[in-house]
Design a protein around this ligand. Structure first.
Ligand code: SAM
Length: 385
């Protein structure tokens, strides 16, 4: 048997990785890196050494996609702020899984503090399968590219101080998150605990089909009865088509809640227009501003400004991908698909469009096209990092 194929199936079994999502070349190079840091010389010896936990962990460290940054999909954090302000159920329990090097759970902590909650009113648990990610999260210093977009830069000013290796998080914030190493597929992970909000973003896209089903069962166990599940925009496509989760009525863009068993799944619909409008748009609205509006459910406003952008500034891949997501969010899948294709035409490396299209192909049952697109998304993401 091809030794690399054995490595692939080991990773598929342990962390659910779909090796085609990262591509064979990326896998080969991760194996080479892991071999260099261990003392074995041949690939066969290496495969045999993976029976040892430490060796397997080193491989997982080399192979997992670590990409993360503060306030990624800024709309989820706006949603969280609103959800937290209306929360009346005692201590608000939140889980960030996978948490990478802490960018996501610390963003959650900042969002909650800024929403006016005091640390005893919430509890954040954060889990990732890589030991190196947990160690980095605990040290809480970040390079400049962990802060992308206006919101992250604003937050950096307020909650971080410059240090030799980049930016250090304010010490009192570190204490608001409990980190632990763990595998989403482990049936004993966080046994007996449930969470009111679970962030599970940018992991499902790397899992093979059976692992995704296991992951869903785990999320089902970890999420409180009326809890909210937050995923990445592109993962919504797959989840809504393949699970009992539906957009939460109060947050159409990124947050999902369980659909009552036996009930009819509602078609994707426009959210009711809110009475309280978003803050007045700045003179020069930015793509982040549009994303914010979309993330907080104001799809009409977001679409209007985005179309205005298109008229006045012409198409860009980012704008088209955003319009694609908006079209999808209001239930117009065909238009969403067309806009994503246009985004890719302008920039074949647009990660959002590649990921979105991969999940759409997968849902249509075109596994090969989906794997190709996912491979491209990963390479593009790595190139942008
Ligand atoms: C692309 S990052 C996403 C991080 C963050 N949620 C975000 O959206 O920015 C994916 C993370 O998933 C972790 N991971 C991969 N497989 C996992 C598993 N089975 N259980 C827990 N974490 C896993 C990786 O170590 C990596 O840190």
């Amino acid at each position: 048997v091809d030794p690399l194929a054995r490595v692939e199936s080991l990773l598929a079994e342990t962390i659910g990785l779909d090796a085609s999502s990262i591509g064979r070349r990326a896998l080969e190079s991760s194996v080479r890196t892991a071999m260099q840091s261990s003392s074995v010389e041949t690939i066969d010896d290496y495969v045999a050494s993976l029976a040892r936990t430490a060796e397997l962990e080193r491989l997982i460290d080399a192979v997992a996609v670590p990409e993360s940054y503060f306030f990624r999909d800024v709309g989820s954090f706006d949603y969280l702020r609103r959800f937290a302000r209306d929360w009346r159920g005692g201590v608000l329990r939140i889980l960030s899984l996978p948490c990478a090097a802490g960018e996501e759970p610390y963003s959650i902590a900042i969002a909650l503090l800024e929403a006016g909650l005091a640390p005893p009113q919430f509890r954040i648990d954060a889990v990732d399968v890589r030991a190196s990610a947990i160690a980095a999260a605990e040290s809480a210093t970040y390079r400049p590219n962990a802060f992308r977009g206006e919101e992250a830069l604003r937050v950096r000013e307020r909650w971080f101080t410059p240090c030799a290796s980049g930016f250090a998080l304010a010490p009192h914030l570190r204490e608001t998150v409990r980190f632990r190493r763990g595998n989403l597929l482990d049936p004993l992970l966080l046994a007996g605990e449930t969470f009111d909000v679970v962030f599970c973003k940018n992991l499902l896209i790397y899992l093979h089909e059976e692992a995704r089903q296991r992951a869903l069962a785990q999320l089902e166990r970890l999420l409180a009865k009326d809890g909210r599940l937050l995923v990445a925009p592109s993962e919504m496509v797959w989840l809504q088509a393949n699970s009992g989760y539906r957009r939460a009525g109060d947050a159409p863009a990124l947050a999902l809640r369980r659909h009552p068993v036996g009930g009819q799944a509602p078609p994707p619909v426009l959210p009711p227009m809110r009475q309280a409008r978003a803050p007045v748009a700045p003179q020069e609205p930015t793509l982040d501003h549009i994303r914010n509006l979309a993330g907080s459910g104001q799809l009409h406003e977001a679409s209007a400004i985005a179309h205005d952008f298109l008229r006045t500034r012409g198409p860009s891949d980012e704008l088209l991908a955003l319009l694609g997501l908006l079209a999808y969010a209001r239930g117009d899948e065909a238009e969403g698909q067309r806009l994503m294709d246009r985004a890719l035409y302008l920039n074949p490396q647009n990660v959002e469009a590649l990921t979105f299209l991969a999940l759409a192909r997968e849902r249509d049952g075109d596994v090969e096209a989906a794997a190709r697109l996912r491979g491209r998304a990963l390479r593009a993401e790595a190139a942008n990092a």
